[in-house]
Design a protein around this ligand. Structure first.
Ligand SMILES: *[C@@H]1O[C@H](CO)[C@@H](O)[C@H](O)[C@H]1NC(C)=O
Ligand SMILES: *[C@@H]1O[C@H](CO)[C@@H](O)[C@H](O)[C@H]1NC(C)=O
Ligand SMILES: *[C@@H]1O[C@H](CO)[C@@H](O)[C@H](O)[C@H]1NC(C)=O
Ligand SMILES: *[C@@H]1O[C@H](CO)[C@@H](O)[C@H](O)[C@H]1NC(C)=O
Ligand SMILES: *[C@@H]1O[C@H](CO)[C@@H](O)[C@H](O)[C@H]1NC(C)=O
Ligand SMILES: *[C@@H]1O[C@H](CO)[C@@H](O)[C@H](O)[C@H]1NC(C)=O
Ligand SMILES: *[C@@H]1O[C@H](CO)[C@@H](O)[C@H](O)[C@H]1NC(C)=O
Ligand SMILES: *[C@@H]1O[C@H](CO)[C@@H](O)[C@H](O)[C@H]1NC(C)=O
Ligand SMILES: *[C@@H]1O[C@H](CO)[C@@H](O)[C@H](O)[C@H]1NC(C)=O
Ligand SMILES: *[C@@H]1O[C@H](CO)[C@@H](O)[C@H](O)[C@H]1NC(C)=O
Ligand SMILES: *[C@@H]1O[C@H](CO)[C@@H](O)[C@H](O)[C@H]1NC(C)=O
Ligand SMILES: *[C@H]1O[C@H](CO)[C@@H](O)[C@H](O)[C@H]1NC(C)=O
Length: 693
């Protein structure tokens, strides 16, 4: 938030600097007393008894999550949430959550449509009141409070002090999301849940999960061995379901229970999961299931005019739709054969009618430009624009009445680990997102083109619903660990939070790039409810543990996993070779953690989420001590042996659509939980783990 200039420059500078946050708050007026709300260990949370049960999740439910988040950012206990009345003069610092803003027409989206996500807040010395339009609005108001606490503590205030005053805040756009390609890369639901929790700290309200796809290699695709290409369909139907055999690998799919838990966790944090099953292109997984549905020679495309095709796609949705609590789903519908435009349009309209009539859910498709003069896609279908050349032109679609979500790839696309032709950055390009008209604050969802202003629209266009950034996994499972995906998403999610909530040039409070870059690392490090950074809580440079000798293996530590940067050192004497046990199977875990396992054989790192292994290609000399130092950052992991300067990097070799191989570095969190294993016949001494590489 930024403050109105009604104080001397000194105070203004102080308060301004302590209170800019992500996304920036619309307006805040400091009270005329220079007082603060002190978030000390006596702080209590009261939920207005009239509204505790309002909303889904309820205001009372959100308050419970808020309480544990407050404990996380203050690092102290907070007493149980009370249900009660507004306290008039509380004796301890009190956060009061209620509903009913004084004028909800002040909290509308930029296009003037009503939004339930806005809130007002009022801060006095002892009382911090958050009034949501609905429960979700109050929830976002708690994110604002938490960020203020974090920034105040980071600024040396202990306990946190939040300036008194009052303000109001609401999103500029209805859709503020991120998409993850979980079709080409397998992710466990626990990781996806953590992403939701993380994103909610930045007031992101939607997680679009691309849940079916395949890893492309045009030569193999066109040949007889197309079934060898990796494909994913992540929803695991019940074993008696007619679509059960659609799932290619059950060990890489989510049961309904797992998915429901994920969906509930996200929803408890204000985030809706919008699932996507991509048809009639990107459908190799469906062709593996029912080869008769494919277009001969193009197993990634379904033959829509084949009579069984549409009923089969409907049978998939029949089985899975009841899982979803979202009011919308995406049927994908990108990159189909343009010469079959009429079939395509028939398909989209048929699916729209079917899904809407059976589930009352609306559908979305990716933008395409099917050149048909005969048929039109129903304007009830939301189009998610992603590119121009041959794709959709959003300003023209909006003229025809389509609602648009901006996912333009120039601004909003990432690819896991490696981007072909360097077309996408590693994280969203802040310079690009803050560039634009002179004096302006850069990109916002109404901007579709970086160089053609006629392709932008105005922020108040009623058909512009918002924006979703996307991270694709074109190279499949072996390109990244799940945490490497988080490293690429973390800052990008925050910047999308800012731009979709506050816009760019509308509100004076909008952040400059410098402000964003200054506060983002502080907020990232303190984001509650998850620990994707695998932080230890120890200061940078600390020793996490150190053992000169270990009397018996395995030794368990209290650190399940430690994120980079770190240095893991040890001296190991591999057991002498024993002819009987000599085979090339990897079997001796030296270190085991939540996110990685390091085996002695070929110095192999394993990612337990995908079960993939990455080795250094050589063994340490048996029966001889070698000292090993493993250095890791979020971009790489390498080993140095016996104090030598030579670095041995853990890598993966990615097949880039079969055209060439690309060597990339792998980053692993430290496998810090268990040292050695029972019956280890070698020796392992001088083990230490330090923060910093
Ligand atoms: C919080 O409460 C628990 C249980 O009473 C106690 O063990 C812990 O030390 C407390 N933590 C802090 C930071 O006060
Ligand atoms: C709502 O907006 C109007 C017009 O900008 C303003 O006069 C009024 O004070 C606002 N009300 C509240 C409660 O903020
Ligand atoms: C509420 O705000 C709107 C728009 O800002 C304004 O037109 C209207 O008069 C306000 N209503 C009340 C009751 O203050
Ligand atoms: C699709 O199936 C129809 C009906 O079986 C068939 O006539 C047509 O040739 C197929 N189209 C393609 C492109 O394979
Ligand atoms: C859009 O949906 C509404 C409500 O379901 C329906 O009445 C209307 O006919 C649909 N419009 C189009 C163009 O399909
Ligand atoms: C980021 O965008 C700026 C401005 O368009 C451009 O000059 C720069 O090359 C981009 N950086 C990357 C890493 O793509
Ligand atoms: C459209 O976007 C470009 C670049 O992103 C920017 O320079 C221009 O000012 C924008 N125009 C409008 C009308 O928003
Ligand atoms: C927008 O971009 C497309 C594709 O680059 C172009 O054909 C079109 O003329 C541009 N302008 C408008 C107003 O559509
Ligand atoms: C699932 O099983 C397949 C086939 O056995 C295997 O290749 C793959 O690595 C397994 N995936 C996971 C996550 O364990
Ligand atoms: C990781 O790599 C990316 C892309 O090359 C780079 O932008 C970033 O600064 C690197 N981060 C670290 C900590 O090395
Ligand atoms: C990674 O997976 C691709 C297939 O997606 C395969 O071609 C490539 O050889 C694999 N690389 C490694 C190092 O296993
Ligand atoms: C804390 O306040 C000082 C000014 O008093 C400012 O220089 C500094 O940047 C602030 N730090 C943070 C993290 O806001």
């Amino acid at each position: 938030m930024r403050l109105k200039n009604c104080f001397g420059p000194l105070l203004l500078a102080f308060i301004q600097q302590t209170s800019a946050q992500i996304p920036s708050v619309k307006s805040f007026t400091p009270s005329s007393f220079r007082s603060s709300f002190i978030v000390d260990s006596n702080v209590q949370i009261i939920v207005d008894s009239r509204f505790a049960g309002s909303g889904s999740p309820t205001l009372g439910g959100f308050a419970q999550t808020f309480r544990s988040d407050l404990e996380s950012v203050t690092r102290s206990n907070v007493s149980q949430v009370h249900i009660g009345n507004a306290p008039s003069s509380p004796s301890v610092p009190t956060i009061f959550l209620t509903l009913g803003v004084s004028n909800s027409s002040n909290l509308t989206l930029f296009n003037g449509k009503p939004s339930v996500e806005g809130y007002e807040f009022e801060v006095t010395e002892r009382l911090y009141t958050i009034r949501g339009v609905e429960a979700i609005g109050a929830w976002w108001g708690t994110r604002t409070l938490l960020q203020q606490v974090v920034l105040s503590i980071a600024n040396g205030s202990n306990p946190a002090a939040i300036p008194a005053g009052s303000g109001s805040d609401n999103p500029g756009w209805e859709i503020r999301g991120f998409m993850l390609d979980a079709g080409r890369h397998w992710f466990e639901t626990s990781f996806l849940a953590d992403l939701c929790i993380y994103a909610s700290f930045f007031k992101i309200q939607e997680f679009h999960i691309h849940a079916s796809d395949f890893v492309d290699n045009p030569t193999i695709l066109a040949g007889p061995n197309w079934r060898d290409l990796y494909s994913g369909f992540r929803f695991q139907p019940a074993s008696d379901s007619p679509i059960f055999s659609l799932v290619p690998e059950l060990n890489e799919s989510w049961t309904q229970n797992q998915f429901t838990t994920l969906q509930t966790t996200c929803s408890n944090h204000g985030v809706t999961i919008v699932p996507e099953i991509d048809t009639p292109a990107h459908s190799l997984v469906i062709s593996k299931w029912k080869p008769e549905l494919m277009i001969e020679g193009s197993p990634d495309l379904l033959n829509i005019s084949f009579p069984e095709t549409i009923p089969s796609v409907k049978s998939i949705w029949d089985a899975i739709l009841p899982w979803f609590t979202s009011s919308e789903v995406s049927i994908g519908a990108d990159e189909y054969d343009e010469s079959l435009a009429n079939d395509y349009i028939t398909f989209v309209n048929d699916m729209n009618e079917y899904i809407t009539s059976t589930s009352r859910k609306a559908i979305r498709i990716w933008g395409t430009n099917e050149p048909s003069k005969m048929e039109k896609i129903s304007t009830n279908v939301t189009v998610q624009h992603w590119w121009f050349p041959g794709g959709s032109i959003p300003v023209q679609l909006m003229k025809q009445g389509f609602s648009i979500i901006n996912s333009d790839q120039v601004f909003l696309y990432l690819d896991g680990k490696f981007a072909e032709n360097g077309q996408f950055p590693w994280t969203l390009n802040l310079t690009l997102l803050w560039s634009g008209a002179p004096g302006g604050k850069g990109w916002a969802p109404n901007i579709f083109s970086a160089n053609d202003p006629t392709n932008n629209t105005s922020i108040d266009n009623p058909l512009l619903r918002g924006s979703i950034m996307a991270l694709w996994n074109d190279w499949g499972n072996n390109a990244t660990t799940p945490l490497e995906i988080y490293y690429q998403l973390a800052q990008s999610i925050a910047v999308v939070g800012e731009k979709t909530w506050a816009g760019s040039d509308v509100r004076p409070s909008g952040l400059t790039q410098d402000e964003f870059e200054r506060i983002y690392p502080i907020l990232n490090a303190a984001a509650p409810g998850q620990n994707l950074n695998r932080a230890t809580g120890l200061p940078p440079g600390s020793e996490v543990f150190s053992f000169d000798s270990i009397s018996s293996f395995p030794l368990e530590t209290t650190f399940e996993s430690v994120g980079p940067p770190y240095t893991l050192s040890f001296t190991v004497k591999p057991p002498p070779p024993s002819p009987a046990s000599k085979n090339d199977s990897v079997s001796t875990p030296l270190f085991t953690g939540l996110d990685s396992i390091l085996y002695l054989e070929s110095m192999t790192f394993e990612d337990p989420a995908t079960n993939l292994r990455y080795d250094l290609g050589f063994d340490l000399v048996p029966d001889v001590f070698t000292s090993v130092e493993i250095h890791a950052t979020i971009n790489h992991t390498y080993a140095q042996l016996n104090g030598s300067a030579e670095r041995f990097y853990w890598t993966s070799d990615l097949s880039i659509r079969g055209a060439f191989f690309q060597l990339v570095n792998m980053s692993f969190a430290a496998p810090s939980h268990v040292i050695g294993q029972d019956g280890f016949a070698g020796e392992l001494v001088n083990v230490s783990l330090k923060l910093g590489d």
